[in-house]
Design a protein around this ligand. Structure first.
Ligand code: ATP
Ligand code: MG
Length: 494
């Protein structure tokens, strides 16, 4: 490799720090963080909007009340200036002093007067901030010849001011009354309430996050257990189950998971047993072959006998391997090659082939002069397994019947019946299992795979095989109306 780094040693790309939060990596932890993130995020937005709106409304109200106060004071002064008591003053400073003496400002107010461009007197009490000592401000207001209003900043926050020029008779304006409304002082109680609201919102957010952490922890605990159990489950430890508590969604999930584990365990057990049995069955002919080859002498007759025996055992092994392959393939989707199958042809063909197996009274019984969509080769294979069993369990001269029947509803029936001893009641179900032989069967009679193959072929078609009640043995293959090809049944004579 050009860079001299082996594939396995290549450094992993670094995960961004947020990868664990978004669902990559550890899903359960990130699910918890994600849920809390969403909940706290939405709540934080809502609370922030609430605090912000409250603050804005209260600010607007404070501005409005500063304005109102100013208008009120200005009106009061105008009323005083227009009153008969004020008419006696000839100098504006006397008029203003009189007004300052008779008007005490609130805590959030202050008045001062300007005479000839300079601060003259101020109202009693201590104002929240001094603006009368600001020469630039005073100088600017002293130029006012008409009432005017504005905002100015002070050490005590925003101030709404109004300047009211005073003119006596026809004299030029040389005096002003300045009214100051300390807007931040007016707003203080409402702003304190808004601040308290913000603190309560922050505490609520923290508490909600904590509660959410606890609740999600409880809700997700079974899922964490589910994951931990799933992680621990190896092929060797399929017995573990999840504890199902309650009857909620999570409990149902755990139940479903347990059911799936049951099925998996069953499947693994069956597979293990199958492999064990297959190994065991194949080991026997190998042992037989080895034993005979080891003991084989030089005598030509003995050699010929051993050769025949070895070939026979190998043929048996070959058959067994073929059967095992059929069983292994039977779960695959390409197991069946569907085509239209003529049941009369099928049955006649099977009996023709079977005649070579033994001298029996062979009978063909068919009413199904129609076609069924199925895999003809696999059905022949199933029927051949049944007739070879029938031959094995009957004697020369016994009757063996192969038949087919097609119902009007489209379902079909194929059967193989013989006049032999039949199957003992104890074995009726068992014989369909893999490697299951009936009682009293010798090993050399067969591996016990025949009926298992028949069953898997029929199940692949959506049907099944069953053993009908005696006398003799009658194996019936049932094929459904809606078969693997959709149950298409065509009867040329109907
Ligand atoms: N026609 C029958 N009459 C009586 N018993 C039968 C008949 N067919 C099957 N059986 C019983 O069912 C058992 C299982 O049959 P199956 O075909 O699965 O295995 P097998 O014939 O023993 O071996 P293989 O088919 O693998 O050579 C047989 O061992 C036998 O006991
Ligand atoms: Mg058989």
């Amino acid at each position: 490799m050009a860079d001299g780094v082996a594939d396995g040693e290549r450094p992993q790309p670094r995960q961004p720090w947020w990868a664990g939060l978004g669902g990559i990596g550890r899903p359960v932890v990130s699910a918890r963080v994600r849920i809390i993130g969403w909940m706290v995020g939405v709540l934080a937005l809502a609370l922030a909007a609430l605090v912000f709106l409250t603050w804005e409304v209260l600010s607007a109200r404070a501005d409005a009340s500063a304005d109102d106060e100013l208008t009120h004071e200005a009106n009061k002064f105008r009323a005083f200036a227009a009153s008969p008591a004020a008419a006696s003053f000839t100098r504006p400073q006397d008029l203003l002093d009189r007004w300052l003496q008779s008007n005490l400002p609130d805590d959030s107010e202050a008045f001062f007067t300007i005479i000839d461009g300079h601060e003259f007197h101020r109202s009693q009490g201590t104002p929240p901030a001094r603006l009368d000592t600001d020469p630039a401000f005073v100088k600017r207001l002293a130029t006012a010849t008409e009432p005017s209003y504005g905002w100015v900043d002070s050490a005590a926050g925003k101030v709404r001011y109004g300047v009211l020029p005073v003119r006596i008779g026809t004299q030029p304006v040389r005096a002003q009354l300045v009214v100051l409304e300390f807007r931040d002082v007016i707003a203080r109680p409402s702003m304190d309430a808004a601040r308290a609201l913000a603190i309560i919102a922050a505490i609520t957010l923290v508490l909600a996050a904590g509660a959410c952490w606890l609740v999600t922890g409880r809700v997700l605990a079974p899922i964490r257990q589910l994951r931990a159990t799933a992680e621990r489950i190896g092929e060797t430890d399929l017995r573990r189950r999840i504890e199902v508590v309650g009857n909620d969604d999570v409990a149902q999930l755990a139940g479903t998971f347990n059911t799936m584990l049951d099925r998996l365990e069953e499947a693994f057990d069956a597979q293990r047993e199958f492999v064990d049995n297959a190994g065991h069955e194949l080991r026997t002919p190998i042992t037989v072959i080895r034993g005979h080859l080891e003991l084989m002498g030089d005598d030509p007759a003995e050699r010929a006998e051993t050769k025949a025996l070895v070939l026979d055992e190998l043929a048996r092994m070959n058959r067994m391997v073929d059967d095992l392959l059929v069983l292994a393939k039977s779960d695959r989707p390409d197991f069946l090659q569907l085509d239209e199958v003529d049941f009369t042809d099928l049955v006649v063909e099977v009996v023709a082939k079977a005649r070579a197996l033994g001298d029996r009274r062979w009978r063909v019984h068919t009413t199904a002069d129609a076609t069924y969509v199925a895999d003809g080769q696999r059905l022949t294979q199933a029927l051949m397994q049944l007739v070879s069993n029938a031959v094995r369990h009957t004697k020369p001269g016994d009757r063996i019947e192969v038949g087919s029947h097609l119902d009007a509803d489209g379902s079909a029936l194929l059967w193989v019946a013989d006049s032999g001893p039949g199957v003992s009641p104890d074995d009726r179900e068992r014989i369909f299992d893999r490697f299951a032989r009936g009682g009293g069967q010798r090993r050399t009679d067969g591996a016990g795979l025949g009926l298992a193959i028949v069953r898997s072929i029929l199940r692949a078609h959506g049907g099944d095989v069953r053993l009908a009640p005696g006398p003799g043995a009658r194996f019936e293959l049932t094929l459904p109306a809606a078969g693997p090809g959709g149950g298409t049944v065509e009867d040329p004579h109907r």
